[in-house]
Every structure is written in structure tokens, then in C-alpha cells.
Design a protein around this ligand. Structure first.
Ligand SMILES: [Zn+2]
Length: 165
């Protein structure tokens, strides 16, 4: 056990003690893929009223589509039966509050590393980025023609998911 994760291992032991989901299929019961932010206030399945086996989830800073994400989306749609794709950003997102300069400044101050080639995916306009990401997926020729793609914003203060794109 790596020092520093004792509490997490203990939590898993408790999870295992009540675990009853071993027979859940790997293909999503709700035929759904969620792309969302790594933010700790988003507990994806809980937010959407879902449970084990219901959907696939891809997470990154901001809940954004980029070429790496698109590669997995193609797999999810073609191989894993994800026919509905929801891109879900959220209010008070750190990736939308930060600037490239600020992130670089902090990383450099913390590590001393050369950050001149580091480009974190900060968001300047959340709704515009969401609309753009939905369009990007809709224009991906490797997604099936019947795929349903929507954009939404999760309100971290109310729990409400607003579908907007
Ligand atoms: Zn975020």
C-alpha cells in the first residue's frame, strides 16, 4: 500500500463489503456517454440519476472535446453502444476562471519547470466552447449517423443540468 492512500483503501474495503454489481454488463444500459469536467463537485452517475452500468464517462479539465477525447468517443459510439453523447460543463469551472498565463505562472512557481510549451485547455467562453464541441462531434464522420449529441451545463449550486446546445 502506497503511503498516503490508507483512507482510500479503507473506503474501498467498505465498498467491497456491500458490493453486488459484479454481473453488470460492460455496455451501457442507457446507451450513453458523458464527457464532463474532473471537478470534484460532479458525481456523474448521481447527478443524472444513473447507477452502475448505465453510462460511460470521459473526464478532463473543463469537460472538453479535443482530439484525444474524440478518439475515445469514436470507440464508445461504434464499439460500446453509446448512441447518446452528452457534453456537460459546469458553473464556476476552474478551467473557465483561469487564464493560460495564470496557470503557467502557478506551475512554474510550484515546480520551476519551463512552461513555455505548456498549453492547458483553459476556456474563455463556456457556452461558445460547448456549442463548438457539440458541432465538432456532430461533424465527426466516424460517428454513426443516428448518434444524438447534446451540450449541457451543470449548476454546482443547485444540481440542475441545463441542456443548451
Ligand atoms: Zn470544471
Amino acid at each position: 500500500m502506497t503511503s498516503g492512500f490508507e483512507d482510500i483503501a479503507k473506503g474501498n474495503n467498505e465498498f467491497v463489503a456491500g458490493f453486488t454489481h459484479g454481473d453488470v454488463p460492460g455496455k451501457p444500459a442507457q446507451n450513453m456517454l458523458l464527457i464532463t469536467c474532473m471537478d470534484c463537485r460532479i458525481v456523474p452517475h448521481q447527478v443524472l440519476g444513473l447507477t452502475f452500468g448505465d453510462m460511460k464517462v470521459i473526464r478532463n479539465g473543463g469537460g472538453q472535446v479535443n482530439p484525444e477525447v474524440e478518439k475515445d468517443v469514436v470507440v464508445a459510439n461504434n464499439i460500446l453502444e453509446c448512441d447518446r453523447i452528452l457534453i456537460m460543463q459546469h458553473t464556476r469551472c476552474g478551467m473557465a476562471a483561469a487564464t493560460l498565463e495564470k496557470v503557467r505562472e502557478v506551475v512554474h512557481a510550484n515546480t520551476g519547470a519551463d512552461v513555455s510549451e505548456y498549453y492547458p485547455d483553459v476556456i474563455s467562453d463556456q457556452k461558445a466552447k460547448l456549442v463548438q464541441d457539440v458541432e465538432t462531434l456532430k461533424n465527426n464522420p466516424m460517428l454513426k449517423s443516428d448518434v444524438v449529441i447534446e451540450g449541457a451545463i451543470y449548476d454546482v449550486d443547485t444540481g440542475r443540468v441545463e441542456f443548451i446546445a
